[in-house]
Structure formats: structure tokens, C-alpha cells
Design a protein around this ligand. Structure first.
Ligand code: SAJ
Length: 412
């Protein structure tokens, strides 16, 4: 019998919450990460990112001994792979982290083990995992092994709630794999478990995020059209959404995060030339930061501002996550296009500016108070709750670019 029940490979944004929830349910979990610093921090019961509820749950799991963390996998009956699946510069999926994860657990694999892929992946990846494993462990070719894809669905900011409450899609390499994986998820998930095959689960996950990307692209394109026509996009959306079958999302400075901005490319790559709409949506969303930069540049040139404040740097509201954040690229491009303009970044969720900003001596991290006291041009890039509390009389006196519609009632 194994000393642990579940070995989770990858202790990032999905592996960590999954591990602590499994450990809290009573499973003996071992988390693995190649980053020694992450291992050290987590072993002390300290979370590597901010997420409501995660710190307490992690401390408890470490204290009870139900969760251990190290840089090497331990023999288990269940392995969950939750590693990054990025895209390369040609927008092609990079599954190298998955391959490495499989290589790391292959020596431990044995008869009756269950291998679950949580990472969002191109169609066919679950089968690929089986192929890689059996290629390394040819001795297991006649053994019974189980493989399933159980894509994560949690939204940053509400992960610990959604990991319990969301329905889950569980796609098995075969029916037994789906059943075994479902049993594990049923132990902590209060939502429904929907069983299917692995390829359907893979495409379902890509479909969910592509659907959202396309809908955000609609809102972003509309904002460009409305701007061209001199009409307030926030009012249009509010009015259009009064129709019982219209539900337009919110425009913004672009789409960030490691999911919506990436996953649709997996779908596009899975069926080359077959998804012009999803591809266009990606391009529309990726073009939005450029539109915002042009707006700011126009304002700087017209008004002659020599400095400005940017409110928010994370990829969305109330999280500390900078991955693929359009705000980061907007600030970088502004700083480079206007070296003589000082950019004060207000981002309450970070303690230090990203490393890439070191190249610019005209970017600094500022408090909200000092930015409002010293800057005339205010660019809102992220609708953090804290920015909602800025008194309107303070804003009325400013030159404002609001990319999120946070202050739509001011008519800016
Ligand atoms: N955004 C807008 N306008 C909107 C909504 C979002 O501009 O109306 C922007 C956000 O500011 C952000 C980006 O889109 O930059 C993505 O944010 P999000 O809140 O839509 O999604 P994520 O990336 O935080 O999480 C998504 C979720 N997927 C869906 O809602 C279909 C989550 O459930 C997934 O688990 C997650 O991707 C994932 O990991 O795949």
C-alpha cells in the first residue's frame, strides 16, 4: 500500500488549491513542484499567491500532515498533473511540462494506478500521456492503468469556493477511468460530476474559455466602434442588456490571465483553419491594449502631461496575478514610447514592480493617495474594489481614461 493517496504534480494556481481541498477532505496528499523556493514556502504552510481562504486551508493541511510538499513525486495510487500549458510565439501549444511531469512519475507507476490531467490541454493530450508512460514503462503494457482528464474550472478570486461548488466534467480514457476519477472528485465536489470520454472533456474545457473570449471580444470590438462614433459604450451595453436575450460582457484594456488569453489557441491549433471566429476573437482582444495606448498617447500629446498615474496592473480585479496582464504591456509600451513621461503605477496587490520594468527608469510603484494627490492624468486599467472608493469630487478634478467603466456615471 502507498504511503499517500494522491500525488499532485505542479503546485501552482490549480495544483495548490486542489491539494489543500483533497487534504482537507482527509486524503493523504503529496504535492510536487520543481521550484525549490515554492516547495520551501509551501512546506511552511505559506501560500505562494493570494486567494481568499487558501492560506488557512494550506496551514491546516500542513499542520495535520495530510499534505506534504517536495520536489520529487512519491509512490501513490492516484497522480494528478496540474502543470502549466503555455503557447509558444507562433501560438502553438507547448505540452513540454506535461511530458516532464509524466517522465517524473513513470518510474513509480504500477498496476491499477489512476493518472488524472487537470491542466487545460490540446485535444488528444490524455492519450498522449498514456503513450508516453507506456513508452517509458513497456513492462506495464499489459497492466491495467487508468487515465482521465478532469479540467479545472475555478475562477481566480473565488477558487476555494468554486472548487467545491462547480460541476465537473470528467473524461475517461475508458469508462472505468472516468468512474474511478469521478469517485475522487465526488469526495469533495458538491456540484454534479458529468462523465464523458477524455477527448470530449478536453474540447469542452477549450470551448468554455473560447466562448468567454469570443464574448469579451464582442464587447471590446463594440467599445472601439462606440468610441469611433462618440457614443458611450457602457450605456449601450446597459441598455442592450435590458433585452431578455442579450447579455453583453464588459470591455476592458484587453484579455489577460493564463486561461482565456491562451486556451482558445489550443482549440485553433487542434483544428487548423476551421475556427476563424475564435481566431479573430483572440486577435480582437490582443489588439485592445494597442487601442488603449493610442488613447493615452493622444491625451498626453494634447494636454502635455509630463506624468500620469496608472491604476491597476493585474490581469483582472481583486487578484494579485500579473500573468499575461494587458496592463503590464500597456505600461511598458507607454514608458518606452514616452521616456520623458513619469508613470506612477498604483497596484495594491503587489509589493514590487515586475522585473521587466527594471529597464525603465520612468516607472515607479506609488500609493493611491500619492497618485491622486500628485497626478492629473489618471488611467484606470483594473477595476479593483479599492478604486471604487475614490470620492467622485476627487475624480471630477482629474483628466481620466477609464478602460473598465468603473466610473461610468461620471461620463468619462
Ligand atoms: N474580462 C473582460 N471583460 C469581461 C470579463 C473578463 O475584459 O466581461 C477580462 C478580465 O479582465 C481578464 C480576462 O478577461 O483580463 C479573463 O478573466 P475572466 O474572469 O473572464 O477569466 P479567468 O481567466 O480568471 O478564468 C477563466 C474562467 N473561465 C470561464 O469563465 C469560462 C474560469 O472558470 C476558468 O477556470 C479559468 O479561466 C481557467 O483556468 O481556465
Amino acid at each position: 500500500m502507498s504511503e499517500i493517496d494522491v500525488c499532485v504534480v505542479g503546485m501552482g494556481y490549480i495544483g495548490l488549491p486542489t491539494s489543500v481541498v483533497l487534504a482537507g477532505t482527509g486524503w493523504r496528499v503529496h504535492g510536487v513542484d520543481i521550484n525549490e523556493h515554492v516547495v520551501e514556502i509551501l512546506s511552511q504552510g505559506i501560500a505562494t499567491f493570494e486567494e481568499p481562504g487558501i492560506s488557512v486551508a494550506l496551514k491546516d493541511s500542513i499542520a495535520t500532515g495530510n499534505l506534504t510538499v517536495s520536489s520529487s513525486p512519491l509512490t501513490s495510487d492516484v497522480y494528478i498533473i496540474a502543470v502549466p500549458t503555455p503557447i509558444n510565439e507562433e501560438n502553438q501549444p507547448d505540452t513540454s511540462y506535461i511530458k516532464s511531469a509524466v517522465e517524473s512519475i513513470a518510474p513509480l507507476a504500477k498496476h491499477n494506478d489512476l493518472f488524472i490531467l487537470e491542466s487545460t490541454s490540446p485535444v488528444g493530450t490524455t492519450e498522449m500521456i498514456r503513450d508516453i508512460l507506456l513508452d517509458i514503462r513497456q513492462d506495464l503494457k499489459t497492466a491495467k492503468l487508468y487515465f482521465a482528464h478532469c479540467p479545472e474550472r475555478v475562477i481566480p478570486g473565488s477558487m476555494m469556493k468554486e472548487i467545491i461548488s462547480n460541476d465537473r466534467v470528467v473524461g475517461g480514457y475508458d469508462a472505468q477511468s472516468a468512474e474511478l476519477a469521478s469517485n475522487l472528485y465526488r469526495s469533495f465536489c458538491q456540484g454534479e460530476i458529468h462523465q464523458t470520454d477524455a477527448r470530449t472533456a478536453e474540447l469542452t474545457k477549450l470551448t468554455e474559455n473560447s466562448f468567454r473570449d469570443v464574448n469579451i471580444a464582442f464587447a471590446n470590438e463594440l467599445s472601439v466602434v462606440a468610441d469611433h462614433l462618440g457614443v458611450n459604450v457602457w450605456e449601450i451595453i446597459e441598455l442592450a442588456n435590458k433585452h431578455p436575450r442579450v447579455q453583453i460582457l464588459q470591455p476592458g484594456p484587453g484579455v489577460g490571465g493564463h486561461c482565456i488569453a491562451v486556451d482558445p489557441w489550443f482549440l485553433v491549433a487542434s483544428a487548423p483553419g476551421k475556427s476563424p471566429l475564435i481566431r479573430s476573437a483572440r486577435l480582437v482582444n490582443d489588439s485592445k491594449p494597442g487601442f488603449v495606448i493610442d488613447k493615452i498617447a493622444e491625451r498626453i500629446r494634447k494636454s502635455g502631461h509630463s506624468s500620469l498615474a496608472v491604476l491597476g496592473l493585474t490581469f483582472k480585479a481583486n487578484v494579485d496575478d500579473l500573468r499575461e496582464s494587458p496592463s503590464v504591456s500597456i505600461v511598458e509600451q507607454l514608458a518606452s514610447e514616452f521616456p520623458e513621461v513619469a508613470v506612477s503605477v498604483v497596484e495594491p496587490y503587489i509589493k514590487a514592480l515586475p522585473q521587466t520594468f527594471v529597464a525603465f527608469d520612468n516607472i515607479c510603484l506609488a500609493t493611491l493617495e500619492s497618485a491622486l494627490a500628485n497626478e492629473q492624468l489618471i488611467v484606470l486599467l483594473v477595476d479593483h474594489d479599492i478604486f471604487k472608493s475614490i470620492p467622485h469630487h476627487v475624480l471630477f478634478a482629474k483628466d481620466i481614461i477609464d478602460t473598465r467603466g468603473l466610473w461610468k456615471e461620471l461620463g468619462v
